[in-house]
Design a protein around this ligand. Structure first.
Ligand code: SF4
Ligand code: SF4
Length: 242
């Protein structure tokens, strides 16, 4: 049985944020909601100071406290290890947000994507509002909507429920990589089957010592981090997965 996992290679991550944008456009996430994000740490002492980036997303924990605490089973584990969310079952109680130690579940406080229905104009009597433009082209959804997201989940999740990363399950079903992995220009995110010893993730985890976020909590995350940023080595290894 497949067990999906991600390896994030600090040595390759330059903190450009392409993964964050790739995720937002793929999954139609509303303003202020980031299924994929990054923690920025400042390390060193002046004048030898640099940023250290830790890309973050749902860890798809094997022992997921968000799933255990969900009263309606809206949050559940799939056979291949993905922590999925069903907006139809979600009652918006937010227990999962309190139970997740990683802060990667978001609540939709308002109707998503209100900006494309805005009636505000830049110059009164001169420029069009977003609403006018949408009406002109008979727009029914936000212009940057990706309909492919709909194949396994609501394309845009409604107000009053939570949402989170799905490891791009809709893309995996088509044999594609998660959008954040695809978008990363440095190949810092590597994705694959942990149960397959010859997969890129298994090979990397066999080769390098890894760590996971808040491992001591016993959540068994399926996002692993390896190595540390090294600009010299980066030039030699860019684009490789091993
Ligand atoms: S990271 Fe949070 S949301 Fe994701 S599976 Fe673990 S507990 Fe659940
Ligand atoms: S797995 Fe998909 S949804 Fe999750 S962070 Fe990556 S791109 Fe975004």
């Amino acid at each position: 049985m497949t067990k999906w996992a991600m390896v994030i290679d600090h040595q390759k991550c330059v903190g450009c944020g392409a993964c964050i944008i790739g995720c937002k456009t793929e999954n139609n996430t509303p303003e202020g909601i980031y299924w994929s994000y990054k923690i920025t740490e400042t390390v060193g002492t002046f004048p030898s100071v640099r940023y250290h980036y830790i890309p973050t997303l749902c860890n798809h924990c094997d022992n997921a406290p968000c799933v255990r605490g969900c009263p309606t089973k809206a949050l559940h584990k799939t056979e291949d290890g993905i922590t999925m969310h069903d907006p139809d079952k979600c009652i918006g109680c937010k227990y999962c947000m309190f139970n997740c130690p990683y802060g990667v579940i978001y609540f939709n406080w308002r109707k998503p994507h209100p900006e494309w229905r805005s009636q505000e104009v830049l110059i009164e009597g001169c420029t069009s509002s977003a609403q006018e433009m949408a009406d002109k082209v008979k727009g029914r959804v936000t212009p940057y909507y990706n309909p492919e997201r709909e194949s396994t989940l609501d394309g845009i999740r409604p107000k009053g429920v939570v949402e989170k990363c799905t490891f791009c399950d809709h893309r995996l079903k088509k044999g594609l990589l998660p959008a954040c992995v695809e978008a990363c220009p440095a190949d810092a995110r590597i994705f694959g089957d942990l149960n397959n010893p010859s997969s890129a993730v298994s090979r990397l985890l066999g080769k390098y010592r890894s760590y996971r976020l808040k491992e001591h909590l016993g959540t068994s995350p399926k996002v692993f981090y390896i190595r540390s940023f090294n600009p010299g080595a980066y030039i030699q290894t860019k684009g490789e997965v091993s």
